[in-house]
Design a protein around this ligand. Structure first.
Ligand code: NAD
Ligand code: LMR
Length: 337
């Protein structure tokens, strides 16, 4: 029996993400939690004739902790899109003050009711919210770094789409699976077009086109925030991206094939390849890299990719690492103060 819980399930991401999960044959129980509107989402999804069951939980008051505990109980996978999204003119870091507390509260609930669950963090600023979850689980004595995933998949999805749009006759977006490393905000997002099959396409671009393509991946979120004009940020593409990572993890519970996804992870010594990766990123504790998935969590970090990148990408990493160090410290400080 595989139970998946979505925390923030009534939101812009939560609803389409829950729909996709309801359709996944590897999910037996879908558990939806939100502080508002979730009974209606649950009732609606529960009519779909896929084989999983659906339950929805909403707290009866601010003090009520039982709804979250019931939603989380025995979950194998917990996905968190809870929290406020950006409006035009805001950075992801501007969301910190509100979302940090939300995430800490939810992580405490996970520690109590689903301490062995895989945890996928979508809520922004991801660069800081993932360290908050790590520190909170550590404080509760239930932390397994191999089971914590910052969701950066939307950056990969965008990197694939945007390069293909430059070659509409010669390529399709699904031809690509670009590694995007670093973090999930602005210049911390580093797409590696010099690797995989994107290399020959990328190398044909002019210097200005290359610069614009990288900038578009790094600031792709802003395109959606501006187009939505105050009504939030990416939800549908994010639901797709979050689902892609969740689907791969669910597959890794039973599959013997090697499944690799990029994720923002804690470079903890307990994970194979994490020490090597950490050395290559100047000691940062969190960084997005391709990882090998398994039923026990992250089986290995594919750190060698850092030895293969171009000089141009190395330059991008210098800026990324500097910003990431601050974002990580902010999350750790919040959770440990
Ligand atoms: N990682 C990424 O690539 C990525 C992409 C897009 C958006 N995001 C982030 O995801 C978050 C959600 O975005 P959205 O567009 O779905 O926002 P939204 O406002 O539409 O939905 C958020 C939901 O969270 C709920 N919520 C608030 N506090 C909660 C709590 N304590 N427990 C449970 N639920 C709670 C709200 O009631 C709401 O239903 C934002 O922080 C956004 O920046 C991340
Ligand atoms: O841009 C945002 O604030 C949401 C998300 O992180 C995104 O990349 O679309």
């Amino acid at each position: 029996m595989v139970k998946v819980a979505v925390l923030g399930a009534a939101g812009g991401i939560g609803q389409p993400l829950s729909l996709l999960l309801k359709l996944n044959p590897n999910v037996d129980e879908l558990s939806l939690f939100d502080v508002v509107n979730v009974p209606g989402v649950g009732a609606d999804l529960s009519h779909i004739n896929s084989d999983s069951t659906t339950q929805a939980f909403v707290p009866s008051s601010k003090e009520d902790k039982t709804a979250l505990a019931s939603a989380l109980k025995d979950s194998d996978l917990v996905i968190i899109p809870a929290g406020i999204p950006r409006k035009p003119g805001m950075t992801r870091d501007d969301l910190f003050n509100i979302n940090a507390s939300i995430i800490k509260g939810l992580a405490e609930g996970i520690a109590e009711s689903a301490p062995k669950a895989f945890v996928l963090v979508i809520s922004n600023p991801v660069n800081s919210t993932v360290p908050i979850v790590a520190e909170t689980l550590k404080q509760k004595g239930v932390y397994d770094p191999a089971r914590l995933f910052g969701v950066t998949t939307l950056d990969i999805v965008r990197a694939n789409t945007f390069i293909s749009q430059l070659y509409p006759k010669e390529s399709k977006p699904s031809d690509f699976n670009i590694n995007v490393i670093g973090g999930h905000s602005g210049e911390t997002i580093v797409p590696l077009y010099s690797l995989t099959n994107s290399k020959s396409y990328y190398n044909k671009l002019s210097a200005d086109q290359k610069k614009e393509l990288i900038r578009r991946v790094q600031f792709g979120g802003d395109e959606v925030v501006q187009a939505k004009n105050g009504a939030g940020s990416a939800t549908l593409s994010m639901a797709y991206a979050g689902y892609r990572l969740a689907e791969s993890i669910l597959k890794s519970f039973t599959s013997s094939e090697e499944i690799v996804e990029c994720t923002y992870l804690n470079l903890d010594s307990s994970i194979k390849g994490a020490d090597e990766a950490k050395k290559l990123v100047d000691g940062l504790d969190f960084f997005s890299l391709p990882v090998v998935l398994s039923k026990n969590g992250i089986a290995a970090v594919k750190y060698d990719i850092l030895n293969q990148i171009s000089d141009e990408e190395k330059q991008l990493l210098v800026v990324a690492k500097d910003q990431l160090a601050k974002n990580i410290a902010k999350g750790v400080e919040f959770a440990t103060k």
